[in-house]
Design a protein around this ligand. Structure first.
Ligand SMILES: Cc1cc2nc3c(=O)[nH]c(=O)nc-3n(C[C@H](O)[C@H](O)[C@H](O)COP(=O)(O)O)c2cc1C
Length: 328
């Protein structure tokens, strides 16, 4: 199945609680985990790091690493744990990630990447996919990118997510690397044109349904990060306009279901703020936005926030809904 729209992997954002919340709003998008380093996946507390609720599916595990044995072990674990895809991170430019030899610096080592992908493909039956940039430092060259992709294709990767800006490996922070290098969507379109048999997903700076529709004319899918994290109800526009779903949940319905999840999770030892911090954007662009954020920061965002305080959530939500209905 091709994924027309996916939510980007985002460290400290797309954890299992955020994904559960997003899935309450959209049934059709593909979800990705945050990047998990191979060593954490293999040696860490697997339940804590890798487990997820079945509702989150379809779900991909994103892994960071460059040791082929470790990567193939993680591919194995991902399949065992019932993830739908395993994705290798070839796009993160952070210093720490470079020091550990994973992320965007691997674009300089196509042969090593191909070996890693080959091992992963041979050790699992779920799709092995790659998320990369269109270039790095002074290299923003179609031929380089295309031959990098062809090497990965030969190794067994058929789906590529291309963040349409190069990575600057020295001199820019990860945050600057998300905005400063210019977007070059044309390069991604050209990769699809040259390789029609591959699934090419475009990523970077997409925030409107009209933009999604345009990209879908030239690629197989779009991946969106910040615009969805900051405004999760953007997903309703996507459900309506891209997936043609007529009946979508209201914010009140989403809050009610999330509250049930919160109650269950708190009993299992999850902290209230670990779930509620992902809902800051629930009223993005709506009348009740400030009130909602104030309510969260006064009651739900401290480390020791008390679940009892969440009992007022529905009153805040219902008042906001009334306000917004009036102002429609
Ligand atoms: C807070 C944050 C964390 C991110 N963490 C990851 C990550 O773990 N793995 C990854 O491949 N990309 C990561 N990214 C990059 C996004 O997946 C995406 O490629 C980038 O934000 C561009 O898409 P956007 O303009 O739609 O946000 C991160 C981005 C942000 C803002």
């Amino acid at each position: 199945m091709k994924n027309k729209v996916s939510v980007a992997p985002m460290m400290d954002c797309t954890d299992r609680h955020d994904r559960f919340f997003l899935r309450l709003i959209s049934k059709n998008v593909m979800l990705y985990s945050e990047m998990i380093a191979t060593k954490s996946a293999i040696h860490g507390d697997r339940k804590k790091i890798l487990s997820f609720s079945p509702e989150e599916k379809p779900l991909a595990l994103q892994v960071g690493g460059s040791d082929k044995k470790e990567l193939s072990k993680v591919a194995n674990i991902a399949e065992e744990m019932n993830y739908d895809e395993i994705n290798i991170n070839l796009g993160c430019p952070s210093k720490k990630v470079q020091k550990n030899k994973f992320g965007a610096c691997l674009m300089k080592e196509p042969d090593l990447v191909a070996e890693c992908i080959n091992e992963m493909v041979n050790s699992c039956n779920i799709p092995v996919t790659a998320k990369t940039r269109i270039g790095f430092d002074d290299t923003e060259d179609f031929n380089y990118l295309n031959s990098f992709i062809l090497k990965m294709k030969e190794a067994g990767c058929k789906k590529f997510i291309l963040h349409a800006r190069k990575a600057i490996l020295r001199g820019l922070s990860p945050k600057q690397n998300l905005n400063i290098p210019k977007l070059n969507y044309e390069m991604v379109y050209k990769i699809k044109e040259e390789n029609p048999e591959l699934e090419i997903i475009i990523n970077g700076g997409i925030s409107k349904v009209e933009e999604i529709k345009k990209h879908l004319k030239f690629t197989d899918g779009v991946m969106i990060g910040r615009s969805i994290y900051q405004n999760p109800f953007f997903l309703v526009d996507i459900e309506k306009e891209i997936f043609k779903v007529k009946t979508n949940p209201s914010r009140e319905e989403v809050a009610e279901k999330l509250l049930n999840y919160l109650e269950k999770e708190v009993k299992l030892g999850t902290k209230v703020n670990h779930i509620m911090r992902h809902t800051v954007g629930l009223y993005h662009g709506q009348v009740g936005s400030k009130k909602w954020k104030r309510y969260l920061s006064d009651n739900m965002m401290a480390r020791d926030s008390d679940f009892q305080k969440s009992k007022h959530i529905m009153t805040i939500v219902q008042n906001n809904e009334k306000f917004n209905e009036k102002n429609l």
